[in-house]
Write a protein that binds this ligand. Structure first.
Ligand code: SF4
Length: 339
């Protein structure tokens, strides 16, 4: 057994300097980190337990009392609490549904918002220390390239890593454009959610743009535009407790019969939650139709690279996006018809 030091953070000011020392990890829910430590994939010398810090609240600001309107979610908010929050359920159903589609009830009771953002890929070779993996051991090679590629990325992969991001919650957040606040030894900085996760390029060991000494305190989610509808749909091998083959988060607004907002994020497609910006641009101003969404997704996926064992994802992504977006557009049309 490998030994490590364990500390409880007394206050937030000491965490960044502890992280800067080197092989230190922040411990919150521990639902991914502890598993990886048991497998010998993560081998920190020190854990800093932050569960006693005051960053576990959900606060809704409607703007009437000043300040930027929106939802602030503390890094230590448990996934179950986030999904069940009345404001999240009413204002951001895409987020509630994304969280509820991940893991199991027991895990969601433990897992935190901050930890969920940084959970690591479940690529089978990353999870097996007896195989080569550039993400786990930089420069060792990528066993997936000639191995099991059924769940490999189809967008944004590199010759160094073809893994997918595992988080449902992160895909749901990707269409909400939050700001992530982090603290490091240089102070506080804000990161656009779109810039938080990264593609593998030549350094797949780095999942995010977080620096070694930084940790997340909270997220700020701005309000959606008036009339917005949102949802999350996940396709997986079994009904629960399985990672996505593909997933789709969507926010749409339909006004006067055309899309005036169209935000789409893809899960199971890339090393990070993938905003389908090509499809989004094409849909803006368009009359909602399944064929139109499929065509927009075909253009989005023109940049895809596939293997024989994962090329099923292209048609699955296109059809899942079409079903998801059209379910929202149809609901908007139904409501408009009853006014
Ligand atoms: Fe490792 Fe990425 Fe290759 Fe999987 S796909 S074996 S995570 S380098």
């Amino acid at each position: 057994m490998r030994t490590f030091a364990y500390d409880r953070a007394a206050d937030a000011s000491t965490i960044a300097s502890a992280l800067a020392e080197g092989s230190t990890r922040v411990l919150a829910g521990g639902t991914n980190l502890v598993d990886l430590m048991k497998l010998g994939i993560e081998t920190p010398d020190r854990l800093v337990d932050i569960t006693g810090l005051a960053v576990a609240d959900i606060e809704w600001n409607d703007g009437s009392g000043g300040g930027a309107p929106g939802l602030r979610v503390g890094a230590l908010v448990r996934n179950s609490d986030l999904a069940a929050d009345p404001v999240v359920r009413s204002q951001f159903p895409v987020l509630s549904r994304a969280v509820l589609s991940g893991a199991s009830g027991q895990l969601r009771n433990m897992a935190t918002t901050g930890g969920n953002l940084f959970q690591r890929t479940r690529c089978p070779y990353f999870m097996n220390v007896d195989t080569a993996c550039n993400k786990r051991e930089p420069g060792s090679g990528c066993s997936a390239l000639d191995g099991d590629r059924r769940n490999a990325a189809v967008l944004g992969a590199s010759q160094h890593c073809i893994a997918t991001h595992p988080s449902d919650m992160a895909v749901g957040l990707a269409v909400l454009d939050p700001t992530v606040t982090v603290v490091g030894t240089d102070g506080v900085r804000e990161i656009r959610f779109a810039d938080l996760h990264r593609l593998p390029e030549s350094a797949p060991e780095r999942d995010s743009t977080l620096r070694q000494d930084e940790w997340v305190t909270h997220l700020d989610i701005p309000p959606l535009p008036p009339g917005a509808r949102s949802t999350y749909r996940k396709v997986r091998d079994r009904a629960s407790y399985a990672f996505a083959r593909v997933s789709v988060a969507a926010v749409v607004v339909v006004e006067n019969g055309v899309f005036t907002t169209a935000r789409i994020a893809l899960g199971g497609a890339a090393h990070k939650p993938w905003r389908a910006t090509v499809a989004e641009s094409e849909l803006l101003g368009a009359i909602p139709s399944r064929s139109g969404v499929i065509a927009a997704m075909e253009h989005e996926l023109a940049a895809a690279h596939t293997f024989p064992d994962n090329d099923y994802k292209l048609s699955l992504l296109a059809s899942t996006v079409a079903s998801t977006v059209m379910s929202l557009a149809d609901a908007a049309a139904d409501e408009a018809a009853t006014r």
